[in-house]
Design a protein. Structure first.
Length: 828
């Protein structure tokens, strides 16, 4: 049985008539009061206006609303028969009438707040105790009839009297009181002379939208909690909301200087004066008071279940009137400052403009004038915040090189902390959805600790790693917990620039910027799906640009491998490979013509041409598909000296020269290369100094697939041909010798023998090749190394500078010329 239906044990013949229409009830409760939490707020306001010192609220979890109830109890002034009649005079209130409840400034004034309860319940019951006894009145909202004319038939509500003993023995009443965590004997005690309980029953589906976390925030922020008014929610005392983070800037509204008050006068047409703890003008004779703060950490909330902590909190007679309107209708000019800003402002003179649901202020001159006041408060906070930032920057400039922060925390750590503090629900994903595009997050339980660490303004040194992530995977993953940017070695842009030392540094800087771009966009509340779509498109553009003008041999080799099953792509990549090896090449691919032509002109001016032919296949092409006779005709047609044919593989490879392909290739002088071998040669062309002359020699003398494979393998047989490794060994040896035998001049022979002794891979390399490598480094050092006679080597700079000057030979950028506090010098 609902409490609304319990039968009284004392006689009563009184009743209250309420005249409303079903349409009006819907209008007031469903449209005027948008949030279901408003039902609770309005009942708490009534408790405050009744002079209560305590108010106890019970709201069931959304999953338990069936056969449950919502309860609001207060120990304020109870209602007798006249009080209950006044309660149900909808549309007017006597709360503020002279001589009534003088001890507090009354919040309610419209007499319609109770109707907000229809948003979440169909039955509302008031049980109130005064010195005259205990009365109950119950209303079923469904009793109001539909009437398009707006008249409506009155609903009669019996006023029933109860004894303390009958309530004490009623199971439903006991259940309701127990839910509020108030002892039943305290309520029904002899000396308990005044209280009111409001019970909402027959809860509607909208009651499931009562989010307990957000409701607790509303009670702690929007209600007038003060020394003589305590709130209890589901058995726990509600504390006035406090900031988790300490402020770095704090000031009173009365600290607005004369310049700002003069600007206010120009904007509002009224003089503003400071008297005591408030700011006064003609339109605000009771004054505007309050404080403003700015914190280092962002103040925006983490989820919809929680309320906000930033922006303006405007209270009228102690009650917040802008729960959801953090900026009071303004557009902040500085986002970073506003998300860290909070101003608690009291303006009693706004009471005349408060709207019926107390969710805002009516538009008009008073609201416009007050907006200028709030803007002045924020501008003062913004200027102080910017001054604090500038002072931090000035202090940073006074630090020594190894401690100086060139990449400001506000560009990396702080925005990352801001977005993680705001949204901890997103994860890393591969699609343009609500997951992170570049950011890699660890365990949810560790995010709070990470955010705190990022806010501490301690410079982190970031590592750069390279891992195979797959062709379609992201350019980079940024793990803020590990201070690591992991670049995808399979990405087209990475393949294009990774092998060039200086370009590699630029690539890593770009990856940092790209990862932080996502953070910046989230920081400014760009929709997550929009961010994903934009970054997806940027990624496609970057890949396309890298493919459009390739320079990297690694990228060309990979493209050659990837095109093995595509006719036209393999032709194009074969022509590009020929160019990379030193030929002047062009793509032909006309009927009756070769796929391409490659020409080499030597120092004598004599030109030799070879034809380029590509035979793509998902597997091994058939002999008939190779059409070696047709390829031979192309050679004669263009007066070429040979033909370079490339295919994924050849039929009969395991049979060597006895296969039909091999015999035909030898007979027709068609050099049969595998895609894998040609890609390997292209990839190593610079490091092993492989040129068009080497290729031309193989094309004109080796024809069977097995013979070509052997000749290609011979190019890699001598470790001395790995010039980049030799150049690096020269630099490592100079580093090893530094500090040893001081005063002695380094010699070519000393370096040569040290290389052989310390590097087993060069033990069998011809001494002449090692000596040539040493001389190459000296020649390319731009004066950092000089020859003295035939053997002596003069070191004219630091070895770090030497490494920077020969970056083109080793592919390693070396240490920057100014110490970096952002990058870790070791890159995986």
């Amino acid at each position: 049985m609902l409490l609304a239906d319990i039968v009284p044990d004392l006689p009563s013949d009184s009743s209250i008539e309420v005249t409303l229409t079903n349409e009006l009830i819907h209008l007031l409760s469903d449209q005027l009061y948008h949030s279901p939490a408003k039902a609770i707020e309005e009942l708490v306001v009534n408790s405050f206006d009744a002079g209560a010192s305590e108010c106890h609220i019970y709201v069931p979890p959304p999953s338990e609303v069936d056969n449950r109830f919502v309860v609001v109890f207060d120990n304020g002034e109870g209602m007798d028969l006249d009080g209950l009649r006044d309660l149900w005079r909808v549309g007017r209130s006597s709360k503020r009438a002279p001589g009534t409840r003088p001890q507090r400034k009354q919040i309610g004034k419209f007499g319609i707040g109770k109707l907000a309860t229809y948003a979440i319940a169909r039955r509302i019951t008031y049980i109130s105790r005064t010195s005259k006894g205990i009365l109950k009145v119950a209303l079923n909202y469904e009793d109001f009839s539909h009437d398009p004319t707006g008249k409506g038939a009155p609903v009669r509500m019996p006023v029933q009297s109860f004894s303390r003993s009958s309530l004490e023995s009623n199971d439903r009443f006991r259940e309701i009181v127990e839910a509020t965590a108030i002892p039943l004997d305290k309520i029904l005690a002899e000396d308990s002379q005044s209280w009111t309980i409001v019970i909402l029953e027959d809860l509607k589906p909208k009651s499931t939208q009562l989010q307990l976390g957000r409701l607790n925030w509303i009670l702690s922020t929007a209600m007038p909690i003060q020394a003589d008014f305590k709130l209890f929610f589901n058995g726990e005392e509600v504390q006035s909301s406090k900031l988790r983070h300490p402020p770095i800037i704090s000031f009173s509204i009365t600290e607005l200087d004369a310049k700002r008050r003069t600007e206010l006068q120009k904007l509002t047409g009224e003089e503003w004066q400071i008297r005591g703890s408030a700011l006064f003008s003609k339109s605000f004779p009771n004054g505007v008071s309050g404080t403003a703060i700015v914190t280092r950490q962002i103040l925006t909330g983490k989820s919809d279940d929680l309320g906000r902590s930033h922006g303006f909190f405007v209270r009228v007679r102690g009650r917040l009137v802008n729960e959801t309107d953090a900026d009071w209708g303004m557009t902040p000019r500085q986002y970073a400052a506003f998300t860290r800003f909070r101003a608690d402002v009291e303006a009693e003179d706004l009471d005349s403009a408060v709207t019926a649901p107390r969710e805002g202020i009516e538009d008009g001159s008073l609201k416009s004038m007050f907006r200028h006041v709030l803007n002045a408060i924020f501008n003062e906070a913004r200027v102080r915040f910017e001054q604090d930032e500038a002072e931090s920057a000035r202090k940073a400039q006074k630090k020594t090189e190894e401690l100086r922060t060139n990449v400001d925390h506000g560009l990396v750590e702080r925005p990352v902390a801001d977005v993680l503090a705001t949204d901890t629900e997103s994860s890393t994903g591969g699609e343009a959805d609500k997951t992170w595009f570049y950011l890699k997050l660890g365990q949810q339980s560790q995010l709070s600790e990470l955010v705190d660490a990022l806010y501490r303004n301690e410079r982190r040194t970031y590592h750069f790693r390279y891992e195979e992530g797959g062709r379609s995977s992201r350019l980079v993953q940024f793990d803020p917990a590990e201070s690591t940017f992991t670049l995808n070695s399979s990405h087209d842009l990475v393949k294009e620039y990774r092998d060039d030392g200086r370009a590699k540094v630029l690539l890593e800087d770009f990856a940092v910027s790209e990862a932080l771009l996502e953070v910046y966009l989230r920081e400014h509340h760009v929709p997550v799906t929009t961010i994903g779509e934009v970054l997806e498109r940027r990624d496609a553009l970057l890949r396309s640009l890298a493919k459009d003008h390739p320079f990297s041999l690694r990228a060309l080799a990979d493209a050659l491998r990837d095109s093995a099953s595509s006719d036209l792509n393999l032709e194009i990549e074969l022509v590009a490979a020929a160019r990379a090896l030193g030929f002047v090449a062009k793509h032909v691919s006309n009927a009756g013509e070769p796929d391409g032509l490659a020409r080499l002109t030597d120092h004598t001016g004599i030109s030799r041409t070879i034809t380029l032919e590509a035979k793509s296949s998902q597997g091994t092409p058939q002999l008939s598909a190779l059409d070696l006779a047709g390829l031979s005709r192309h050679v004669k047609q263009h007066d070429a000296v040979g033909c370079l044919l490339v295919a994924p593989s050849y039929p009969g490879d395991t049979r060597g020269e006895s296969s039909a392909v091999s015999q035909s290739a030898i007979e027709l002088r068609i050099s049969c290369w595998s895609v894998a071998d040609l890609a390997r040669v292209v990839e190593s062309a610079e490091s092993r100094h492989i040129t068009a002359h080497h290729i031309l020699e193989i094309v004109t003398t080796a024809f069977a697939p097995a013979d070509v494979a052997l000749r290609v393998a011979a190019l890699f047989a001598d470790p001395g041909d790995a010039r980049k490794d030799l150049y690096s060994a020269v630099l490592d040896t100079l580093q090893f010798l530094e500090g040893r035998t001081p005063g002695a001049t380094r010699t070519v022979s000393q370096i040569l023998h040290t290389i052989v002794a310390r590097h087993d891979e060069f033990a069998h390399v011809e001494r002449g090749r090692i000596q040539d490598a040493i001389l190459d480094v000296i020649s390319a050092s731009k004066g950092a190394l000089q020859l003295a006679g035939d053997e002596g080597i003069l070191v004219r700079s630091s070895l770090d500078e030497l490494r920077r000057r020969v970056v083109g030979m080793t592919g390693a950028a070396g240490e920057p010329r100014r110490l970096s506090t952002f990058r870790n010098s070791e890159t995986d």
